[in-house]
Design a protein around this ligand. Structure first.
Ligand SMILES: Cc1ncc(COP(=O)(O)O)c(C=O)c1O
Length: 456
């Protein structure tokens, strides 16, 4: 039990906390749920109400809340060492975790640079790619730019926003951002590729346009950044099969580094440990965070290849050092949680256990397409998205100001389910350890909430 009652905690929150991605005027007018405990797939508030966690603690939770084995690993580490530093010292947990990550990562990624959130993992990838091109010599000095995708989201620091492509979040910061070369992402209704709506044409058009951009800009382009398989914050937009593989081939052909941002899709979310595996791709740089500690503690890594790493080796006076580092880089408690999580992937046979849940999710999403307000359902592995539209025939969206997605999620709360929408897309992103029974409760609750809000 907290030392304060719910009302007092709400007052403290509303008086002192500024919440992320939140219009605080609205927040202050409402009574927030105050979460105090977690148990498996559920969050529990200060009044003892239970909420099925449909967003896995903002896409981080893997093995359920308050998992005994991870708790034990964290507690044991706290009694040994809370933090030292990787600036001038190694640490046992960060060394072991780096080895374990290399063992499970796509082959060829063999070096691990630590940081503490997804945005910094991306920033580090961008800076590495940029500096790598410098180290290759005068001939490559002009390779300073980045190819990005429309509708992409890579985090909220200035570098990560620069490579993003979601106007509603990013437009206001444009004067602060570095310019990029933006390619269409394969999704006909948004990408403006000129296709007629079928995904094959869209896929082809997008790749053609990407190749044209690469041909034109190869001499000035250091890297390309992609969210492989699913553009997450952009609305859980699923890429066509083969897209990531083709992007890899084009990057190789045009001598452009491929940066895979697996912050949202890494650690089992798409059904394999990493999304790139699905298309047998090894990127040159891979950013990971969120699921790395199974949602326990802030930790991130940027992994890369021997070739890229070697380009930074030299005498100190050559100034080839990668001058980047964060205070909590490689924090041992976070690394201990990550190691315990990797153990649980093995002991729980977690990846193997996903197939029936993925199939169940597919079936439930499919059954929702009969609803008049459901324009499209999207799925890749344990990620689902339900797009709500005003008119099914024309795919006319609800006005964003109507906030239909928010209304559905508020309705779901009344049914003991916590969700967070992306505009008018209802996101399904439960802990990977969710049971089929819980998944059923989640999908029943979502469907009932959609019906209630849209009066169907
Ligand atoms: C693909 C992707 N990259 C980067 C980030 C940023 O991660 P963080 O919020 O930990 O900075 C996110 C966050 O949602 C993400 O989805």
């Amino acid at each position: 039990m907290s030392e304060y009652d719910t009302q007092t905690l709400r007052e403290f929150d509303q008086k002192y906390v500024w919440h992320p991605f939140t219009q605080m005027k609205e927040w202050e007018a409402d009574a927030p749920i105050v979460i105090e405990r977690g148990e498996g797939s559920y969050l529990i508030d200060t009044d003892g109400n239970r909420y099925l966690d449909g967003v896995a603690a903002i896409w981080t939770n893997v093995h359920g809340h308050c998992r005994r084995e991870i708790n034990a690993a964290v507690k044991a580490q706290i009694d040994k060492l809370e933090h030292s530093t990787l600036l001038g010292l190694a640490s046992d947990k960060s060394a072991i975790l780096a080895k374990r990550l290399v063992e499970v990562a796509p082959p060829g990624l063999c070096k691990v640079f630590y940081s503490d959130n997804g945005s910094t993992a991306v920033e580090i990838g961008i800076k590495m790619a940029f500096q790598y091109q410098r180290h290759r010599g005068e001939k490559f000095a002009a390779k300073t730019k980045f190819i990005t995708f429309r509708n992409a989201y890579h985090g909220d620091t200035i570098g990560a926003v620069s490579v993003g492509g979601i106007d509603i979040f990013h437009a206001v910061f444009r004067p602060l951002l570095f310019p990029t070369i933006q390619a269409p992402s394969p999704y006909c209704y948004r990408c403006e590729c000129g296709g007629t709506g079928d995904s094959e044409t869209c896929h082809r058009n997008c790749l053609r346009e990407l190749e044209t951009l690469m041909e034109e800009h190869a001499g000035v382009t250091a890297g390309l950044i992609i969210e492989p398989l699913v553009q997450a914050a952009g609305g859980m937009i699923v890429q066509p099969h083969g897209f990531v593989r083709k992007v890899r081939e084009l990057c190789t052909r045009y001598d452009i580094l491929m940066i895979a941002d697996e912050v949202a899709v890494g650690f089992g979310r798409t059904g394999t440990m990493f999304a790139c595996e699905k298309e047998n791709v090894t990127p040159d740089i891979m950013a990971l965070s969120k699921g790395i500690t199974a949602g326990y503690l802030p930790l991130a890594v940027t992994m890369t290849t021997r070739e890229l790493y070697d380009a930074f080796l030299g005498e100190y006076a050559e100034l080839k050092t990668f001058f980047h580092g964060h205070t909590f880089t490689g924090n041992p408690i976070a690394c201990a949680a990550a190691l315990a999580s990797l153990d649980l992937f093995e002991t729980d046979l977690l990846l193997e256990s996903l197939t029936p849940k993925i199939d169940f999710l597919a079936q439930r999403l499919q059954s929702m397409t009969v609803l008049e307000c459901v324009g499209e359902v999207r799925q890749r592995g344990m990620i689902g998205g339900i797009e709500l539209v005003r008119d099914k025939g024309t795919r006319q969206p609800f006005a964003w100001q109507d906030r239909v997605g928010v209304k559905v999620c508020l309705e779901a709360r009344k049914r003991g389910i916590f969700l967070r929408p992306l505009g008018n897309v209802i996101v399904v992103f439960p802990p990977l350890s969710v049971s089929i029974g819980e998944l059923e409760i989640l999908m029943d609750g979502i469907e009932a909430s959609i019906r209630e809000v849209t009066q169907q």
